[in-house]
Write a protein that binds this ligand. Structure first.
Ligand code: HEM
Length: 509
């Protein structure tokens, strides 16, 4: 028995020594111009464990001083260069071919969109990706096409609010579950038209079941032996195949131009419809948690709730008898506290690390920094959003008015909630408008409290497994929604004067 324990201990010692040796040897070949390595306590896989366990705050934990702008995390034989610098960001953006987003899009097409070999080749070897990004940017830019999408989305948002509040009675709901439902329905009406695939409960359930497996599918670390995730995806694929055989006339220019781009690039109809089925991932994954936390931050602060309520009532709503009309132009442009609170929620909750592949040896910062081909570069927004040198001594606090300060020009490299050019989220106007509408309606029409006399938890647990820019809560929050009697009646939305030109003045531009 003692012999066996001794053998096991020796074996363990040998494994640990080998791991340290391998870690040391892998660093041996580093070029002096490469960003310095930050060592993990556990060799080879320590950083991977750190990222899984600590999530977004890992980069703040591991970084030993605020002056380090870029460093290297070694994970097995890969180097994950990590830039936490607003100064380096524009230099990185300028090298968007060498530090490329394209491999990420190709991986999404293959792993989530089930691209066959020919589709995979088209994504890798032709201009499809450039064209695809271009049509998305164009169709989602402010203008008549976006106005149409926004109006369908807003009308559907009102339907779900009336379903929740119409009878004037208190409702006990799970906040995340309701947010998911309302955002899915409203976004889908905007993007697919009123007869969209997610009206079918089975497709709706299947999408969110697939969503729970997205990280596993893309990373290849998949413990789903019974393939529940892939079965759910098959339901979403089938619904898109059906929708694509007869695309309705009220579909968005976004959906249609993507479809035409895929077909004209040479994809077969069945392959193109599978790629279209990945659209709701981008459309819903981040809008749902961003909406959820905006509600959470506002309703858990009674004074803030009251100020935002009177701002919306004064500037964005007109009432005549039982008719209440929400003016979208005024909501977007004349409710600065609401907009600031929304953006502060994004700043404090953002955990996305934009990842780029280094496709060729690349020099940055007048040749001072070398990034070697085949490795990856990440830019965790969290480290920038929490930097005191950028956001001052209150960087770690939630300051609802922060983005109202006229002297504080936040944007570009300082505020990364929507990414950074040339890959700034093309749908930011659509998503921001949707969240502002739903939040405004809840603020004006309801009071929301945690159920059973509970308090709003200050730091609820977070779900690290989802591939999102804002994490979902680990546990849903049960709340009581109480209708405010004075705002009962018939609710409508109108575009408002100059709506076609108006956009939400986001800090990201
Ligand atoms: C609050 C909601 C949203 C947030 C916070 C968000 C955030 C982001 C971010 C950070 C990126 C850049 C990714 C990177 O550089 O790694 C991005 C890109 C993208 N987003 Fe969004 N997004 C949201 C909603 C949407 C919606 C509703 C859609 C579609 C209808 C969408 C479609 C896209 C697309 C297609 C890209 C890729 C752009 C490109 O290829 O350059 N997003 N988004």
């Amino acid at each position: 028995m003692i012999n066996m324990i001794t053998t096991i201990l020796y074996a363990l010692l040998a494994v640990v020594s080998l791991a340290y040796l391998a870690d040391y040897l892998l660093a041996w070949n580093d070029d002096p111009k490469e960003p310095p390595r930050l060592r993990a306590r556990i060799p080879l896989i320590g950083h991977l464990i750190g990222i899984i366990v600590s999530g977004p705050s890992y980069h703040s934990v591991i970084r030993n001083d605020e002056t380090t702008e870029i460093y290297t995390l070694g994970i097995l034989n890969y180097k994950l260069y990590t830039s936490v610098s607003t100064r380096l960001l524009p230099l990185i953006q300028r090298q968007s071919r060498a530090l490329s987003f394209r491999p990420m899009i190709q991986t999404v097409a293959r792993k989530w969109g089930d691209a066959n070999d020919e589709t995979d080749r088209l994504f890798r070897e032709t201009d499809l990706i450039t064209e695809f990004s271009h049509v998305m940017k164009t169709s989602l830019a402010p203008g008549p096409q976006l106005d149409e999408m926004n109006m369908r989305m807003a009308q559907r948002a009102l339907v779900d609010l009336d379903l929740l509040l119409g009878d004037g009675k208190d409702k006990k709901i799970k906040l995340l579950e309701w947010a998911r439902f309302a955002i899915t329905q409203a976004s889908s009406c905007g993007v697919y038209g009123n007869q969209h695939p997610f009206l079918d409960d089975k497709v709706y359930e299947a999408f969110w079941a697939w969503h729970a497996h997205l990280s596993a599918h893309i990373s290849g670390i998949n413990f789903d032996i019974l393939s529940h995730g892939y079965h759910a995806r098959a339901v979403v694929f089938a619904a898109h195949a059906k929708y694509c055989t007869s695309i309705p006339p009220d579909t968005s220019s976004l959906f249609l131009s993507r479809w035409q781009c895929l077909l004209s690039s040479g994809l077969s109809v069945s392959e193109a419809s599978k790629q279209q089925a990945t659209l709701p991932i981008g459309m819903l994954s981040n809008t749902v948690p961003t909406f959820f936390w905006t509600i959470y931050e506002i309703f858990s602060r009674p004074a803030l709730l009251s100020s935002i309520r009177s701002e919306i009532l004064t500037f964005a709503i007109t009432t005549s008898g039982p008719r209440h009309i929400l003016n979208l132009t005024n909501l977007k442009t004349s409710c600065p506290l609401l907009l600031s609170t929304f953006q502060e929620t994004q700043r404090t909750r953002h955990i996305h690390a934009a990842i780029r592949k280094v496709t060729t040896n690349t020099l940055l910062d007048s040749g001072k920094v070398l990034l070697k081909e085949g490795n990856y570069l990440q830019m965790p927004g969290h480290a920038i959003h929490y930097s005191q040198s950028i956001y001052g001594p209150t960087a770690r606090d939630f300051v609802p008015e922060r983005f109202m300060d006229p002297n504080l020009k936040r944007g570009g490299a300082d505020f990364l909630a929507w990414g950074a050019p040339p890959h700034l989220c093309p749908a930011r106007q659509f998503a921001a408008t949707e969240i502002l509408i739903l939040v405004a309606m809840l603020v004006v029409r309801t009071d929301i409290h945690p159920a059973e006399g509970a308090e709003w938890e200050e730091k609820p647990g977070l779900e690290f497994a989802d591939p999102v820019t804002v994490l979902n809560p680990k546990r849903d929050v049960e709340v009581v929604v109480r209708v405010r009697g004075e705002k009962e009646g018939r609710w409508e939305v109108e575009m408002g004067d100059g709506s076609r030109a108006s956009r939400v003045p986001l800090a990201s531009g």
